[in-house]
Ligand binder design. Structure first.
Ligand code: GLP
Length: 243
């Protein structure tokens, strides 16, 4: 077997031909099936280990393949589609018949830096809650969320979040606050060693970073939240309308 021919009108890196070959193989297999070993691919395609590894690494990063330590490389499960809506994580999981759970990693009072102060409508240095939570769906870590909210406006928030998983439920039930609009930004990033550990992936793996700035109906800012999702496992879906 040889490396598939390159299209004529552009130059293709060598590893990319290996990747295309692997994509063809993946297309014929079901999730969980093993793909040929590095050694076999090197022999079949007459190429180096570095080239094969580059192709495999890219497909792992894209969520097409998964590596299992000491075992091999397998076809990945399809990504989970997650709607982008003005709801809470808990509500969203429940609406799709999944079980949401939360590990409160850290809840502390902090001083707002310039950016957080501006976002929350506070003076710089003012007290804020910094809440870090690992969000799980069906016991699988899905997102690492760091939320900032005004400490003066939400006294005792950390105490409530030790008892209740849902921030939005606490805001509604304890403070009568309901975030109804938000600006949400999506950017790519790579996992830090700590994020990788918590999200059960590898350092440098692709991350989708969602930042939500939410407001009540009268335009008062409520929260500034940054959520890291594994880019190889999730895709976000939103409905666009002309209204
Ligand atoms: C999503 C949003 C966060 C919000 C959270 C509230 O994850 N990205 O900005 O804070 O939902 O969810 P819950 O009420 O489950 O804590």
């Amino acid at each position: 077997m040889s490396i598939p021919e390159q299209p004529k009108d552009f130059r293709e890196p060598k590893y990319y031909a290996v990747k295309r070959h692997l994509l063809d193989i993946i297309g014929t297999l079901t999730a969980g099936s093993p793909v040929p070993t590095e050694r076999l691919l090197m022999a079949q395609l007459g190429t180096s280990r570095t080239t094969v590894r580059q192709a495999l690494a890219e497909l792992v990063g894209e969520g097409r393949l998964v590596r299992r330590q000491g075992s091999g490389t397998y076809v990945a499960e399809p990504k989970v589609s997650w709607p982008l809506r003005m709801t809470s994580f808990t509500e969203q999981a429940n609406a799709t018949g999944r079980a949401a759970s939360t590990h409160l990693i850290d809840a502390r009072r902090d001083r707002a830096d310039e950016e957080i102060a501006t976002r929350l409508g506070l003076r710089a240095g003012g007290p804020v809650h910094r809440i870090e939570r690992l969000r799980l769906v069906d016991d699988t870590p899905m997102a690492l969320e760091t939320s900032h909210l005004s400490a003066a406006r939400f006294p005792g928030l950390a105490k409530h979040l030790r008892r209740t998983d849902s921030l939005y439920q606490v805001l509604r039930d304890e403070y009568g606050v309901v975030p109804v609009t938000a600006e949400e930004t999506i950017e790519t990033a790579t996992a830090t060693p700590r994020e990788a550990e918590l999200l059960d992936t590898e350092t440098g793996a692709p991350i989708l970073m969602l930042s939500r700035h939410s407001f009540t109906a009268d335009g008062t800012p409520v929260e500034w939240v940054q959520s890291c999702y594994r880019g190889d496992r999730y895709r976000f879906v939103t409905r666009l309308t002309t209204e």
